[in-house]
Design a protein around this ligand. Structure first.
Ligand SMILES: O=c1ccn([C@@H]2O[C@H](COP(=O)(O)OP(=O)(O)O)[C@@H](O)[C@H]2O)c(=O)[nH]1
Ligand SMILES: O=C(O)[C@@H](COP(=O)(O)O)O[C@H]1O[C@H](CO)[C@@H](O)[C@H](O)[C@H]1O
Length: 344
């Protein structure tokens, strides 16, 4: 892989990791490579569930569900189940999703014997527990211009290559704001936090164009064998845990074109970044890649305009960004009712 060096535009040979150079062409494809009609034969008796985590997504979740049902349930029947996990929404997300034809569960109604937890990863883990598909496809609920090619593109490699365990989407990610659109300005936490840290500590993952992509798919036995970080650390936690347990070649990626979604504020992405960093440092310790003299603090202090305090004209807001996670679902299910009773 040849890139420009920092010096005077000389070209320099950069190997982020020996594996990445061969992995990229072998484990990357594009959605158009995987036509739904061709995949139907490959599907055979394999069942497929789509899980959509949704917190206050009434504006977008309905179109996403209708598109999947039109093209991949009633059209080419690749998808057997569409579940929306209503993640403590305050709006009409559940009603909109149900009217569009999704099965809807309230996040806290799944495995109710467990104390409820908050966050995107919690919604995903509960969605895994509430579905039965051999393959599970995760799709965010805040997407605009969604096409069913996201789902068929992610299914393609998994339905045709049993050596693959988990496939991430990638795309061009515009940043759409009041001042206009920056064609590649999206994925701010990816570019400023996740990618630099993953390149530092897990260079094997450097080939992932969108390591934080919210659209991805995996085999149920794989997804049930790994923990789910309950907040926004869930995606990096998956990538690292599957790399460490099954190797880089069990992972793949598919070009899904372009992705436009609802953007959060910079302060919200600051909290997301904290959660992702805490997950990375948790995994660095867990896998022995970094020994820290003391564990990182878990409270993030942010400042915003508001009443004065602490001697400054700012309001200080503290957020706990610690890495909290659910255990591998298989552990709970393997122990059966006994374990669940014990936890309750
Ligand atoms: O506690 C949460 C946080 C987020 N989400 C959903 O997870 C997806 C991605 O979250 P978000 O859009 O906040 O993240 P971003 O795409 O901005 O990084 C969206 O469908 C959210 O509604 C959720 O179900 N529960
Ligand atoms: O990739 C990113 O930097 C963030 C924020 O994206 P934007 O800067 O709002 O386009 O979005 C992703 O990160 C989350 C944490 O992993 C995922 O849960 C989201 O699905 C994904 O959109």
């Amino acid at each position: 892989m040849v890139v420009r060096s920092n010096r005077t535009n000389e070209k320099a040979e950069l190997k982020v990791s020996a594996d990445v150079g061969s992995w990229l062409p072998r484990r990357s494809s594009q959605s158009a490579d995987w036509r739904p009609a061709d995949l139907l034969a490959a599907k055979g008796g394999t069942t497929v569930s789509v899980v959509i985590p949704a917190r206050d997504e009434q504006e977008t979740v309905g179109d996403i569900v209708r598109t999947i049902r039109r093209d991949l349930v009633e059209g080419v029947p690749l998808v057997d189940e569409v579940l929306v996990v209503d993640s403590r929404s305050q709006d009409a997300t559940a009603e909109v999703a149900s009217a569009a034809g999704a099965t809807v569960v309230a996040q806290d109604s799944v495995l109710p014997m467990l104390p409820g937890m908050d966050g995107k990863g919690e919604a995903l883990w509960k969605g895994l527990a509430a579905t039965t598909g051999d393959i599970v496809v995760f799709v965010d609920g805040d997407l605009y211009d969604f096409t069913s090619g996201y789902v068929s593109g992610l299914l393609g490699p998994l339905l045709t290559d049993e050596s693959l365990a988990y496939v991430k989407g990638f795309y061009h990610r515009p940043l759409v704001g009041a001042a206009g659109t920056d064609a590649d300005g999206g994925g701010r936490v990816t570019e400023l936090v996740a990618r630099p840290l993953l390149n530092m500590y897990w260079p094997e993952l450097a080939g992932f164009v969108q390591p934080l992509a919210g659209e991805y798919a995996g085999r149920r036995e794989v997804l049930e064998s790994i923990p789910f970080v309950v907040n926004y650390g869930v995606e990096v936690g998956h990538l690292i845990d599957i790399l460490e347990s099954r190797g880089l070649d069990a992972l793949g990626q598919v070009d899904l074109g372009k992705r436009v979604h609802r953007h959060q504020t910079t302060q919200a992405l600051g909290r997301m970044s904290g959660q992702i960093m805490q997950t990375l440092f948790d995994r660095l310790a867990h896998y022995g890649r970094l020994v820290s003299a003391q564990p990182p603090a878990t409270l993030l202090a942010q400042f915003r305009r508001g009443e004065s305090g602490h001697g400054i004209e700012r309001e200080m807001v503290l957020t706990d960004v610690s890495c909290r996670q659910r255990p591998p679902l298989a552990e709970l299910l393997a122990d059966g009712a006994a374990r669940l009773r014990e936890i309750a």
